[in-house]
Design a protein around this ligand. Structure first.
Ligand code: SF4
Ligand code: NI
Length: 676
């Protein structure tokens, strides 16, 4: 039996020695927060042994500082970790996780560490964590135990292998510190607020197997001060360490930290959980694929009258996997028919988009795109375990019923693999898509008197409010005006509320009385005004999960936009991560807005400041992604040659190059009225 108090005393003394003999320079890439724990606690940027010791003293010999600095120094000395270990996790990954942390698809965070005596125990614990919607971090020998048992690890499986030793749990702490600064508006150096934020907002527990050194015990024990519940799956005895059998570890940890999740098993031979949503199935791993340009495929969700839908009925027309050749591309039609008293025709496209999520929940099924562009794969492993194409129907029927109980009373699913039938069904589906598009295409903000709010991100950014309009989709890219409307109708007390526009204070700026008063209230008085179409004057606040940042470049008299995926520096000399670190947390920052990719195409995009003619720079991949739609939008606005005049990193990586390029192509921004 390990006495935690004894081990802790010894561990703290060892850390003190480590800090005395610490040497060299160390820093992390892909973050705007330096060594995040040191920075969050003191506001100081640690980059070498001397600055580390200074912060260590200033924090009263904080074990968090010692852990962070010693790990950073040893990584700097030895180089990074071999796969599968992630080591330090960059800011972009955390921002990308932001949305799932607030929309409930991640219920909480777990740390699993130590050396399991029986590897199967850690396998079972991690499977359960995946099924219970937890995001799990792993450090120490639990990682090889999982890998040897064939469990896939990685951020995309929500099992994040931080490092080979238990002490690499430091990367969970630096993540918590950054969540507080990125999303929570906790100022670097405000240690009290950091601790309060971690206790109040993040739900974390740790399952600790045996084998921790004294240092590691001291470090893990300190996590309690951040609100992390500790479950001893090994022989530890200490204050606040709750003992549990391996089979009870997850239930105990979740109960200790107050996390509850209802999961209903779906009767198919494959694990199903949002934990698997981010995975991919590579060509070598796939048994059969559908669509993706290799075979005709489509999906369609339609509403039927009650009585026309037999709940839970799944029909397959055409051959199933046992009659298909391994490695082949096969036609596929997915038709989901739903009925319900509260169901409305306008919900169809919003629900149809969920097919994508649900199929990706399957550990061995994968889905991209929508409508008649879908591309679906089943893995060899899944097929070996007995998964059939029919099971996708069972999965869809079950998930639609589970996730939309208020509007769906009955669901039936028809899957088609017969080529002729798929082609015929696809033709009919295309008529439905076209009809839907014509209904919402070209909807303008001026056509509606109600916008929708979203406050999901208040979990992390307590004063942030998104206002979503037909022409301004949410900054996270996840919610359109129609989504907001449907979400509100489905769940009237939820995070999406109607916002009556009220009278216009200024149409050009997009300032409305109703929006201002809503924002004032929902931001708890922090934000008095919100101009929807301006980057300069009272722009919308950002939380942290924006797809892109738009910012004013005074030298170019214009605006550049950079997306989260772009890793390089922008011409202003900062990366997306660095820029993102300077905004967010629910604050308004004139000159900066967080936006979705699609907002760039909108006629309302910074309309008050001159609109799209101000756009001087985009990363080339984003420019390429938007190419056809952007060209079309520009042509429609009488700017057919602007696309070629927008610089990217192949044209300009510095301000000088940018300005020179803009001059050489006669970019309109240069002759527009001064922005500042
Ligand atoms: Fe967060 Fe806004 Fe997206 Fe809602 S719409 S999830 S508040 S970023
Ligand atoms: Ni957010």
């Amino acid at each position: 039996m390990v006495e935690v108090a004894n081990a802790r005393t010894k561990g703290l003394a060892l850390f003190r020695k480590d800090m005395e003999s610490l040497e060299g320079e160390f820093s992390y890439g892909e973050t705007a927060y330096h060594l995040p724990v040191c920075y969050a606690l003191t506001g100081k940027r640690v980059s070498n042994a001397d600055s580390a010791r200074e912060v260590y003293r200033e924090t009263g010999e904080s074990v968090f500082v010692a852990g962070e600095c010693t790990v950073a120094a040893s990584v700097a000395a030895k180089g990074g970790f071999p796969p599968p270990f992630t080591g330090f996790i960059g800011d972009a990954v955390i921002r990308k996780l932001g949305y799932s942390l607030v929309d409930g698809s991640i219920a909480g965070l777990a740390l699993v560490t130590g050396t399991p005596a029986v590897p199967d125990h850690v396998v079972a614990i991690c499977r359960e964590l995946q099924e219970k919607l937890m995001l799990t971090f792993l450090s120490g020998d639990v990682v090889p135990a999982l890998v040897d048992a064939g469990v896939k690890v990685g951020v995309e499986f929500r099992l994040v292998p931080l490092g080979p030793g238990p002490i690499h749990a430091v990367h969970l702490t630096d993540l918590l510190a950054r969540v507080a600064m990125m999303f929570g508006g906790v100022a670097p150096g405000d240690a009290d607020r950091l601790v309060r934020y971690a206790n109040d907002r993040t739900k974390v527990f740790a399952a600790v197997f045996p084998g921790l050194s004294d240092r590691e015990v001291a470090y893990i024990d300190a996590l309690r001060s951040l609100g992390v519940s500790l479950v001893a799956v090994g022989d530890y005895e200490g204050d606040g360490w709750v003992p549990a059998e391996p089979s009870r570890a997850v239930a105990t940890g979740m109960a200790e930290r107050g996390i509850s999740v209802a999961v209903t098993a779906i009767p198919i031979p494959m694990h199903c959980s949002p934990a698997f949503e981010g995975k991919s199935i590579r060509k070598e791993e796939m048994y059969v694929e559908f669509g993706g340009g290799r075979s005709p495929a489509f999906e369609l969700l339609v509403m039927r009258d009650e009585g026309q839908v037999v709940d839970g009925k799944v029909t397959l027309i055409g051959p199933d996997v046992d009659q298909l050749q391994e490695g082949s591309a096969v036609p596929l039609g997915i038709i989901v028919e739903v009925a319900g008293k509260q169901m409305r025709k306008e919900y169809e496209p919003v629900l149809e988009r969920r097919i994508h999520n649900f199929i990706n929940y399957g550990e061995g099924s994968w889905h991209v795109a929508q409508r008649d562009l879908i591309w679906v794969r089943l893995s060899k492993e899944a097929v070996k375990n007995g998964v059939k194409i029919r099971d996708l129907g069972v999965l869809l029927a079950a998930k639609f019923r589970m996730d939309f109980p208020t509007i769906i009373d009955a669901v039936q699913v028809t899957l088609i693999t017969d080529r002729e039938r798929v082609l015929a069904g696809k033709q009919k589906a295309e008529l439905v898509y076209a009809e839907r598009d014509s209904r919402i295409a070209g909807m303008k903000d001026s056509d509606v008197d109600t916008f929708y709010s979203c406050t999901l991100c208040q979990t992390f950014a307590p004063n942030h409010v998104c206002i979503i309009t037909p022409e301004r989709p949410a900054l996270c890219g996840a919610i359109s005006w129609l989504d907001g409307k449907v979400a509100h109708e489905i769940s009237p007390a939820g995070a999406n509320q109607p916002v009556p526009k009220g009278s216009a204070i200024d149409d050009l700026r997009g300032e409305f009385e109703g929006v201002n008063s809503f924002v004032r209230k929902a931001s708890h008085g922090e934000v008095a005004r919100c101009c929807l179409y301006s980057i300069m004057e009272s722009p919308m606040t950002c939380c942290g999960c924006f797809e892109c940042i738009a910012l004013v470049v005074p030298e170019a008299n214009g605006v550049l936009v950079v997306n989260r995926e772009y890793q390089g520096e922008t011409p202003v000399g900062m990366t997306f991560s660095t820029l993102a670190g300077t905004i967010g947390g629910g604050a308004q920052t004139p000159g900066f807005i967080g936006i979705s990719k699609n907002f760039i195409l909108s006629e309302r995009f910074i309309q008050a400041d001159g609109g799209i003619s101000r756009l001087v720079w985009l990363p080339s991949l984003l420019k390429e992604e938007l190419r056809d739609r952007l060209r079309e939008a520009l042509a429609a606005r009488g700017l057919p040659d602007l696309y070629e005049k927008i610089a990217d990193e192949t044209r300009a990586t510095t301000l000088e190059e940018l300005v020179a390029f803009l001059a050489s192509v006669d970019h309109p921004a240069l002759t527009m009225p001064p922005l500042l």
